[in-house]
Structures are given as C-alpha cells and as structure tokens.
Design a protein around this ligand. Structure first.
Ligand code: SAM
Length: 334
C-alpha cells in the first residue's frame, strides 16, 4: 500500500447513484470520447469529493471542472484523477496503437479543480473560462473521507475537537456555536433535523455550558445523552441518537441549506440551452430545497423536468449503505 493520504484511506467512498447520474448526462455526452478539450462537453462537478463521479465523466469524454470547499479533498481528487487519466488513456493508447492519445502530464485537457465553496459556482466557471456549461452535478453532504481526517464529523472520536468546518477558511466551529448561540437560536438549529426534541436539547446545551465550555465531540455526546432517550423506533431503524443532532450542527456550521439555495438558483444561469442539472440529496432538508427550486424553475419555463425522483436500487443500498437515503432529481435548461 502506498504511503500517502490516498493509499492509507483507500477505498472508502463509493460514488452514489453513479449509473443513474451518467444516464442523466447521456444525451449531452460526446460521440467521440477522445475529443480534444475545445470540443468536449463541460460538466461542473460542484462537489468533487474524491472524484468518484468525475472520473467516470472523464472516462466518457466530458471535461470536468471540479469544485470542492475542502483542501484535503481537492488534494485527494487531484491525485485520483491524475492517476486515472494516466492509466486510462495510456492503456487506451496501447490498445489502439496510438501513442499520441496518451496524455503527457497535460491534465488540463481532461479536468480542472478549484478549491471553493459551490456558492460561487458562477464566478468559478467564469474565471475558468466557461460562460455556459453542458452539465452540473451536486452530490451533497460530506465524503466518507471527512469522517477520517476532519475533526468533529464523526461521533466515534469523542476526544477530538467539535469542529465540523468543511473548509479551513471558515472561522466558526460547531463548539463555538454551542457555546455562543442563545437558547432560541439553538432550538431553531436543532429543529432542522429533530423538531420534536429541539427545545429540550437546546436547554441541555445551555445547562452544560454554564458549568464548562463545550469543546470536544465527547462533550456534545454527553449533552445528547442527557436530552434524548433512545426510542423503540430508533432501535427498529438501527438509528443512533447522535445522528440527527450532529447533522443539525454540521448544517449550521457550514450554512449548508442557504448555500444550496443560492448555488441552485445560480446554476440555471451557468447552464447552456439543453444543459443538465443533477442533484443528489441525503436528507429531507436538502431534498425539499432541491424539489422547491426545481419546481419553481420549471414553472418559470427556464428548465424542464428530466427525472423527478430517482432512488438507489436495493442492490446499491446493500453494497453501499451510505446510499440508502439518497435522492436524485434532474432538470434541464430550456
Ligand atoms: C458526498 S461528497 C462528493 C463525493 C463525490 N461525488 C465522489 O464520488 O467522490 C461531497 C463533497 O462536497 C464537498 N462540499 C460540500 N459542501 C460544499 C460546498 N458548499 N462547496 C464546495 N464543496 C462542498 C465536500 O467537501 C465533499 O468532498
């Protein structure tokens, strides 16, 4: 095993609904997947992650502009995609006896990666030289890698700082929010994912921080323990009592829902006529935003529905349990 970030962690993140995402982009795919950069259809992968979806798009002849807010993910994706392009296209050249088809380290024929929040998708596309693109993909949330190298996302590591920032350019951590927000704001924060228990949890946070500053994952686990009793329903669904409180905090620290609204509305203007916008969401808060904005864009006759709702097959869920709550919705520009 290679002694680098990828070698140590691989393989951890399986791209969700991959077949279905590729099908959504099929009608804009190039006829010849050896086309040169100028002729390739351009897809913005606004949540590049480890590059799982991007790799398959590149394989099919798309040029990918990848965006991720997290520097470590950008490093991992860069390494993955460079390795992929080198082996895929060298292998093809050998098979076709066309040595010139093998890239010579010039990866900008295939992809470009930008470290940015997708809220600036229009600016990133413009600064990369693309006024209008053929497709945009959002695969929301965090990658499996985040649980391993970012602090606070996982409740398996109680001693780590309760951080949860997607990007090191952000200033406010999850612990900062718990220590500073007034009761009402805390209750609103938790109501995003656990409306029935939000007030009780907010009161327990208030009580706990009166005694001692909240700093670690373990501090928050104890607070959740004091506020939430495990119900039969949770046991039946094999759901941890920590999942939804942690999700609420992550959403708040990273302004996830506000950023999603802004980015989806901007995306319409970044697409060329016939361009495809595909979004995979993982919880009801995200999915409601996607559904409402898509409906609105369709009603305004700016976009039309391509796929109202696609969910993973039972086989995919068995192979990749992380996919179980995924929902894919697709629209295209009129
Ligand atoms: C679910 S993962 C994507 C996985 C990817 N499709 C793959 O197959 O490897 C989501 C990625 O989006 C990034 N991300 C989440 N919110 C973001 C935002 N607002 N701006 C930019 N990147 C974001 C996360 O850092 C994470 O790497």
């Amino acid at each position: 095993m290679k002694n680098n970030l990828i070698g140590v962690l691989e393989p951890v993140h399986k791209p969700v609904l991959l077949k279905e995402v590729l099908a959504a982009f099929e009608h804009i795919a190039p006829l010849n997947n050896q086309a040169h950069k100028g002729n390739k259809p351009i897809v913005v992968d606004a949540t590049l992650g480890a590059g799982g979806h991007a790799k398959e798009l590149i394989r099919r002849g798309f040029y990918v502009l990848g965006i991720d807010a997290n520097r470590k993910m950008v490093k991992i994706a860069g390494e993955n995609l460079r390795n992929f392009v080198t082996s895929e296209f060298a292998h093809r050249a050998e098979r076709l006896s066309e040595p010139e088809a093998c890239p010579t380290g010039n990866f900008d024929e295939f992809f470009k990666i930008v470290t940015s929040n997708f809220v600036s998708i229009d600016r990133v596309a413009h600064e990369s030289g693309f006024e209008n693109v053929d497709g945009i993909l959002f695969d929301l949330g965090i990658s499996s890698y985040h649980y391993q190298f970012s602090s606070g996302f996982s409740f398996q590591n109680p001693d780590l700082a309760l951080d949860m920032r997607l990007s090191d350019s952000q200033n406010v951590t999850a612990a900062d929010l718990l220590n500073a927000l007034p009761y009402k704001k805390l209750a609103e924060l938790f109501a995003q994912t656990i409306p029935g228990k939000a007030k009780r949890l907010a009161r327990c946070v208030e009580q706990s921080r009166r005694n001692r500053k909240i700093e670690t994952v373990g501090d928050f686990l104890k607070i959740v323990d004091s506020a939430i009793f495990i119900t039969k329903r949770m046991v039946g669904k094999n759901q941890s009592p920590y999942t939804l409180p942690f999700l609420a905090l992550r959403i708040a620290v990273n302004y996830e829902l506000d950023n999603l609204k802004i980015a989806l509305n901007k995306s319409c203007g970044v697409l060329k006529d016939g361009g495809v916008l595909a979004v995979i969401s993982f919880h009801s808060g995200e999915d409601k935003i996607v559904k409402d904005i898509f409906k609105d864009l369709v009603e305004k006759k700016l976009m039309k529905w391509k796929e109202k709702l696609v969910i993973p097959s039972t086989i995919e869920i068995l192979n990749n349990p992380r996919s179980r709550s995924a929902k894919l919705r697709v629209i295209s520009r009129l």
